[in-house]
Design a protein around this ligand. Structure first.
Ligand SMILES: Nc1ncnc2c1ncn2[C@@H]1O[C@H](COP(=O)(O)OP(=O)(O)OP(=O)(O)O)[C@@H](O)[C@H]1O
Ligand SMILES: [Mg+2]
Length: 253
């Protein structure tokens, strides 16, 4: 059976989209058949891979609602597939508020394509609303990126409670697959201290690979490229490659 993961943290700008994009390509480079799903109305993943969200007729929102097929929605980027998003997805919370089974829509859409992929990776928006619940219902593993800034853990414990609730009520198979330290700068005392706190808290859930602060990672999306294509020799490419190896080694039970 393939892997189904979502990258989630309701804190903005912690590296969710950067991680989805580059873990996705890393997995593809490791020979996996990869599907990325942009579940954020900001559509940063869609634009980072070089597509123009506003020009798309069919997005994740129509696909979730069963209004369009996978074939009519998925886009191809370097041998992997993307279910794109655009701003219209921001209507989901309100438009779907009366729909029965509204937390299950993404899972149902994904069930139809599971046999085509070894790895499905969902990029979540920085909110814990209906879309996040759809992601948490559809996957087995949650990856949580954390930027080692002051007091990041308050928000993270709220996220962990949400994950537990989703596990109890919607998806018994759900597990925290791992915590990823992002934008790490080992020269900063604060980063080292916060990472120690994160390690005490999450123990072996913390990946050994830290994603270092790396300007190429920030530049690549504006060229519509992943880090392995944009700067294969960068720290960013090295870190995401090492992280992919760890994720592949950590099969969840
Ligand atoms: N390791 C890194 N080094 C340098 N810049 C980074 C790194 N990771 C991410 N960035 C940059 O930080 C910004 C936020 O990253 P990203 O968009 O991945 O975060 P996000 O969690 O998806 O944000 P949002 O919550 O808005 O969806 C982007 O400009 C990105 O290019
Ligand atoms: Mg994002």
């Amino acid at each position: 059976m393939g892997r189904k993961l979502c990258v989630i943290n309701q804190k903005g700008g912690v590296g969710k989209t950067t991680s989805v994009m580059n873990i996705g390509i890393g997995m593809k480079n490791a020979g996996k058949r990869v599907l990325l799903i942009d579940l954020d109305p900001q559509a940063n993943l869609t634009s980072a891979l070089g597509f123009q969200p506003q020009q798309l007729e069919s997005t994740v929102y129509e696909w979730m609602k069963g209004e369009t097929s996978f074939e009519d929605t998925a886009l191809e980027y370097q041998g992997l597939y993307l279910i794109p998003s655009n701003v219209e997805l921001s209507a989901a919370d309100i438009e779907l508020s009366q729909v029965t089974g509204r937390e299950l829509l993404l899972k149902k859409a994904m069930d139809g394509v599971l046999d085509r992929f070894d790895c499905i990776l969902i990029d979540c928006s920085p909110t814990l609303g209906l879309l996040a619940l759809n992601a948490l219902t559809a996957v087995h593993e949650v990856l949580v990126p954390i930027q080692p800034e002051y007091l990041p853990l308050e928000g993270v414990s709220y996220l962990m409670r949400t994950i537990e609730l989703a596990q109890q009520r919607l998806n018994h198979d759900l597990k925290v697959g791992g915590v990823i330290v992002t934008r790490y700068d080992g020269r900063r005392n604060l980063h080292r201290e916060v990472v120690d706190i994160i390690r005490t808290h999450f123990e072996d859930k913390l990946f050994n690979t830290f994603i270092r602060n790396n300007v190429a990672l920030a530049e690549a999306p504006s060229y519509g490229k992943d880090i392995f294509t944009y700067k294969p020799d960068s720290n960013g490419a090295q870190d995401y490659e090492a992280l992919c190896k760890e994720i592949l080694m950590r099969e969840v039970v």
